[in-house]
Write a protein that binds this ligand. Structure first.
Ligand code: 4AD
Ligand code: MG
Length: 432
């Protein structure tokens, strides 16, 4: 196939004769002049066909183009300040490479169920392309941040023993002669072992939770990045989080302006995402919620509604710290100043997007940890190795987990996280 030029590279080729390979978006024609918008993944390009200047066969092929036909368009690159990317193509030829008739997703409105049924095709829409590009930026920013800060990436297992966050939400599968294995809900516990070897570590991969919830914030498979840092206490942990979240948002503002504009995202609130983030204790948060007329009492976990109300007080993400021990995971360090609580925090995104991070200082006292494992009725034998970390050189350490899809949803201003992963896995969806 003749050397082609990616749409993103066309601004450097003004005046050249080139061939562009891509898919047909919209077409329109006045009878004498025809327009095609092409997409190739790197960008969008308008190609212009002048009936008087092209052979009749080319004009006929232009007229027959339909949505999502794969084409090769030859022409010359012309500067046009009004066009996206600043260029247009004056077309001289078009070849159909892959026909497309009756593409199911048309510019008119479709229902959500229909769109998810056609997710493999829906991904081609401008909005979905913009979201996927922001997601890419978020992930690249995550890797760059930790690399720059001298963290080591440690890949934790996906097939695990009964080790995780909450016993009720495990996906189970048969594992040779060893009984059941479970898909990982977190890499954290393994990462704690790695932190004792490497100091600053992170894992980043898919995470599985068989949560039977149909909310806009829950997926059965989502991506989570989890750092773990030796010698960090809970305050250090929150400082790392605010630097991290600010870096990710900053990168999207710097490099994904066009995509955020495509998504009609008001970037004002994102511009304000700079450290320090405000901090409020769980206990003060409950008092504040009561003032706001919420029916909540000390000891209850904060639901989505409560989180939403709380975050209205702030113009940037907020940390809620030191939750009641009873509503949190067994591994969180007991707060010596108030043993009803643990040294943890959630980070609530601004504008009502809710929890994007859960983090904590870890219980480093062997006996307290063992007591918590027993209290929660967890299978003690499965945690032998985890308890070992408290027997051989126990150390202060903290870490957190940031959910990629929730972060992307917030940055994009998308209400439901299922649009923030290419092929969402939800209780009621395994296809496509
Ligand atoms: O608060 P979570 O459950 O924390 C942990 O898993 C810890 N082990 C993290 C750590 O300390 N290393 O989950 C962390 C984040 C949440 O704040 C949320 O962003 C995301 O993971 N998350 C989900 N995202 C989509 N769908 C779900 N079902 C999610 N559950 C959690
Ligand atoms: Mg959480």
């Amino acid at each position: 196939m003749a050397a082609s030029v990616r749409i993103a590279d066309l601004p450097g080729r003004i005046g050249d004769a080139v061939t562009v390979l891509g898919w047909v978006g919209t077409t329109r024609s006045s009878g004498k002049i025809g327009f095609v918008v092409l997409r190739d993944g790197s960008g969008y390009l308008q190609a212009v066909f002048l009936k008087a200047d092209v052979p009749p066969a080319v004009w006929e092929r232009f007229k027959a183009l339909s949505q999502e036909t794969a084409v090769a368009v030859a022409g010359s690159v012309r500067a046009d300040p009004r066009a996206p990317g600043g260029v247009e193509l004056t077309a001289s030829d078009v070849t159909v490479l892959g026909p497309s008739t009756d593409f199911p997703i048309t510019p008119k409105e479709h229902g959500t169920a229909f769109l998810f049924e056609h997710r493999h095709l829906w991904l081609r829409s401008r909005r979905q392309v913009a979201i996927m590009r922001v997601r890419h930026e978020v992930i690249q920013a995550i890797r760059d941040f930790f690399h720059q800060q001298d963290f080591y990436l440690v890949d934790t297992p996906i097939l695990t023993g009964a080790i995780g966050e909450t016993a009720g939400t495990l996906f189970e599968t048969e594992y040779f002669d060893l009984g059941s294995a479970y898909l990982a809900q977190t890499g954290q516990l393994y990462l704690e072992a790695a932190a004792a070897a490497l100091g600053r570590v992170y894992c980043f991969g898919p995470t599985f939770r068989a949560e039977k919830s149909k909310t806009r914030r829950h997926l059965a498979e989502f991506w989570m990045v989890e750092p773990e840092v030796a010698w960090n206490d809970s305050d250090d942990n929150m400082r790392l989080q605010e630097d991290f979240v600010s870096y990710i948002v900053g990168r999207c503002l710097e490099r994904r302006r066009d995509e955020l504009q495509e998504l009609e995202r008001d970037t004002g609130p994102l511009e304000r995402v700079t450290p320090p983030f405000p901090r409020i204790s769980y206990t003060d948060a409950v008092t504040r919620l009561q003032q706001l007329g919420t029916d909540i009492s000390w000891g209850a976990d904060l639901g989505a509604e409560a989180e939403n109300q709380l975050s209205q007080d702030y113009d940037r993400p907020v940390f809620v710290y030191n939750y009641p021990r009873a509503v949190k995971a067994f591994y969180m360090k007991q707060n010596a100043a108030d043993p009803r609580t643990v040294l943890n925090n959630d980070c609530l995104a601004s504008e009502g997007y809710g929890e994007i991070i859960g983090g904590s200082q870890r219980e480093d006292d062997h006996d307290l940890l063992l007591a918590r494992i027993r209290e929660q009725g967890l299978p003690e034998e499965a945690y032998g190795w985890y308890l070992d970390l408290r027997k051989y050189g126990t150390f202060v350490h903290s870490g957190f987990g940031l959910g990629v899809e929730r972060t992307v949803a917030w940055i994009c201003g998308v209400p439901h996280i299922r649009e923030c992963i290419a092929f969402p896995r939800m209780m009621y969806r395994l296809y496509p």
